[in-house]
Write a protein that binds this ligand. Structure first.
Ligand code: ADP
Ligand code: MG
Length: 237
């Protein structure tokens, strides 16, 4: 059985793409994992995974008469990775509804499907990845405004029948104890706090190197926190 997990947040830049690849690599030690960049308007997974020079991406799959999703799937870092392109014209030409078929196709042949999801609510392309997922992983910085945004993500996920797997707090500073963060989160969320990932040079360095964090710096504290989060996810594959 496949479990599809959307990695989402209220705002951009919280670490969704970093988290998607890190959780994917952590889960890939036990499961067959596929990662898809479903943030089709602001795609950037390709830059985090050294895939910025590939020919075929999800955008080519989402146009009429376009490529099969297999043609946009690349074996990387022990996972299957479906990057999306960055062209605005390609985003505008894409039919977001076609993501349904692409996800169904990928889900037929994997244990865990992670969907790197858009930040903003509202449009069909923004909501669909969460609609298609079984559960959502909410990625937030540990501030009250971020928690308020994250609560909205959880509310709309619930309204589409998508459960909450939990919250990954990212870019946590050393002076913020995890217990206090988890307490604060507990006031807002039903799901558990999966991990507190520290603000980390390793994460920044990974992006610059065009590599997932768990490939670039597997022994970093941030990588360890993502491995803990992956275990806490308790995937149902
Ligand atoms: P999103 O996909 O939500 O827009 P990204 O994963 O692309 O966010 O992260 C945004 C930026 O923040 C990237 O440059 C990334 O390297 C950096 N970043 C992510 N997580 C951390 C962290 N824990 N510590 C430091 N920098 C981070
Ligand atoms: Mg992103």
């Amino acid at each position: 059985m496949v479990e599809a997990l959307a990695v989402a947040s209220g705002k951009g830049g919280t670490g969704k793409t970093t988290s998607t690849l890190a959780l994917g690599m952590a889960l890939a030690t036990d499961y067959d994992v596929t990662v898809i960049d479903a943030d089709t308007g602001m795609a950037n997974l390709l830059f985090h995974a050294g895939l910025d020079d590939v020919e075929t991406t999800l955008h080519d799959v989402l146009i009429e008469g376009g490529a099969a999703v297999r043609e946009a799937t690349y074996d990387r870092f022990g996972m299957r990775v479906v990057p999306c392109g960055t062209s605005l014209a390609a985003f505008e030409a894409a039919d977001p509804e076609r993501l349904r078929a692409a996800v169904a196709d990928l889900a037929s042949d994997t244990d865990v499907l992670l969907l790197d999801s858009p930040a903003a609510l509202g449009s069909k392309s923004a909501v669909l990845p969460v609609v298609l997922a079984d559960r959502v992983v909410v990625v937030l910085q540990p501030t009250i405004p971020a928690l308020s945004d994250g609560l909205k993500v959880q509310e709309y996920a619930t309204s589409y029948g998508t459960g909450t797997a939990g919250v990954v707090f990212n870019r946590v500073r050393e002076d913020e104890p995890i217990e206090r963060i988890a307490d604060r989160a507990g006031e807002y969320f039903e799901g558990p706090t999966l991990a507190a990932v520290p603000e980390s040079d390793a994460a920044r360095g990974a992006r610059r190197a065009g590599l997932p964090l768990l490939e670039h710096a597997p022994e970093s504290d941030a990588a360890r926190a993502f491995r803990d989060a992956a275990r806490a996810l308790d995937v149902r594959a």
